[in-house]
Design a protein around this ligand. Structure first.
Ligand code: GLV
Ligand code: MN
Ligand code: MN
Length: 422
């Protein structure tokens, strides 16, 4: 392959992404929660395409799609995810899966390539049922008991029921074979405005944030909203609202330069205008690329909760429900992505951390892992208007495939410079 030609079929990449967008379309985005009918159809769509890339497809017992080959030789694993947040964008996940598929189509059919690409679509990166369940299962981090306990955060449906309805109950879960892959590469939309704002085409990811999530439950006393004097109320909703404001007042003195925190859902029980809420709950998330910073903020959260409980009107319980460790991306993968950007994106790349969580942070616990970003229009994501210019999608695919080639070609250097994994 000449140096100025990646072999990528840009029209095919765009057509594949459009095909996935048509499954579960919502306005200009998609609604594909984990194990919904459109999500399962998307998994099947991928499984049907993988043989075009010389790979044998399997959908395993947790909903991961794996495209693998028995052929000997160096192998690089590439992928992302196919489910979406509710009523969200079309590229968050599918972009990386389609790039991986295209890399496999191009490289696995090239007799001069220095190895093969295997493809993965990790189930439930978006956390409908838990935290990185698909990729964590692959690296050996999910017990059957965790699956037994997992429930869809929107509908409450158990994961076992969802797996049964999807026809996946009783299937084995595929586990990572240590040493099988040189490393893992994932492409994703940036989901922020840094690339677009600077006229850049590629983000070379240096690290991925850790995400810790909490259920914070307030218990007061349910009572009549007309006859209960303000002085004697034990209003759990009001306690929750005050707590949110307190967090914003107190966290800045203890956080790092890039820490972010979000209250994503508030529920009042019973949630009626004539009833003082006796219970309230908030789902709360903290992100940082330093786990110590998150741990420090969790301590603060717990001590704030204890203070409120000690005052006696309402009690507050803080339960940690999700942790995703921060991860450093492999140095030689960053170098390869940067070199590919010089060849196919006019060098318009920048090294940057990821504020979003990605399966690459889980894969990084067992093999050298890296990521590249393409620009997001207006920095919008987790919303159905999420988009990337077609030309940027194609450029990203070229950089991705070229980076894969470089990693396969230089694999001895790559193995030496990457972390050693048992
Ligand atoms: C992943 O989608 C995240 O919320 O970071
Ligand atoms: Mn994603
Ligand atoms: Mn997402």
């Amino acid at each position: 392959m000449p140096d100025n030609h990646s072999g990528v079929d840009g029209a095919q990449v765009l057509a594949d992404l459009s095909a996935l967008r048509a499954i579960g379309a919502y306005k200009t985005g998609v609604h594909k929660p984990t194990f919904s009918e459109p999500h399962i159809r998307s998994l099947q769509w991928l499984a049907q395409r993988l043989p075009e890339a010389g790979l044998t497809a399997e959908i395993d017992g947790i909903g991961n799609v794996l495209g693998t080959s028995d052929k000997p030789g160096p192998k690089l694993l590439a992928g992302s995810h196919l489910e979406s947040q509710n009523y969200a964008g079309w590229l968050d996940g599918p972009l990386g899966v389609v790039y991986a598929l295209e890399a496999a189509r191009v490289i696995n059919s090239d007799r001069n390539a220095h190895g093969m690409i295997e493809v993965a679509a990790w189930c439930d990166e978006e956390g409908h049922f838990g935290s990185f369940l698909g990729s964590r299962s692959y690296v050996g981090g999910v017990t059957d008991a965790e699956i037994d306990a997992a429930r869809d955060r929107s509908s409450g449906k158990s994961m076992r029921d969802a797996l049964r309805e999807a026809g996946l109950a009783g299937r084995a879960r595929v586990a990572c074979e240590r040493g099988r892959h040189l490393g893992y590469l994932e492409a994703h939309i940036e989901q922020g405005e840094r690339l677009e704002g600077s006229g850049l085409k590629i983000g070379v990811v240096t690290s991925i944030v850790g995400i810790w999530q909490y259920r914070i439950a307030f218990t007061g006393e349910q009572n009549h909203a007309g006859t209960t004097r303000m002085a004697v109320r034990r209003d759990a909703g009001l306690a929750l609202a005050r707590f949110c404001v307190d967090i914003d007042d107190r966290f800045p003195a203890h956080c790092g330069p890039r820490t972010v925190w979000t209250t994503g859902r508030i529920t009042l029980d019973p949630g009626a205008p004539s009833i003082i809420p006796g219970a309230a709950e908030m789902l709360f998330q903290i992100r940082d690329d330093d786990a110590e910073v998150i741990a420090r903020l969790e301590d603060l959260l717990r001590s704030m909760a204890a203070d409120i409980s000690a005052r006696g009107r309402c009690t507050v319980a803080v339960e940690r429900i999700r942790t995703g460790a921060p991860a450093l991306m492999d140095a030689s993968i960053q170098t390869a992505v940067e070199a590919a950007s010089a060849a196919f994106a006019g060098g318009k790349s920048i090294r940057m951390p990821s504020g979003a969580g990605h399966d690459a942070q889980v894969l990084a616990t067992v093999m050298p892992s890296g990521m590249l970003f393409v620009p997001s229009i207006g920095g919008i994501s987790h919303h159905w208007t999420e988009n990337t210019a077609d030309a940027d999608i194609v450029t990203g695919a070229e950089v991705f495939v070229d980076a894969c080639r470089r990693l396969l070609k230089g694999h001895s250097v790559f193995e030496r410079s990457g972390r050693r994994f048992a």
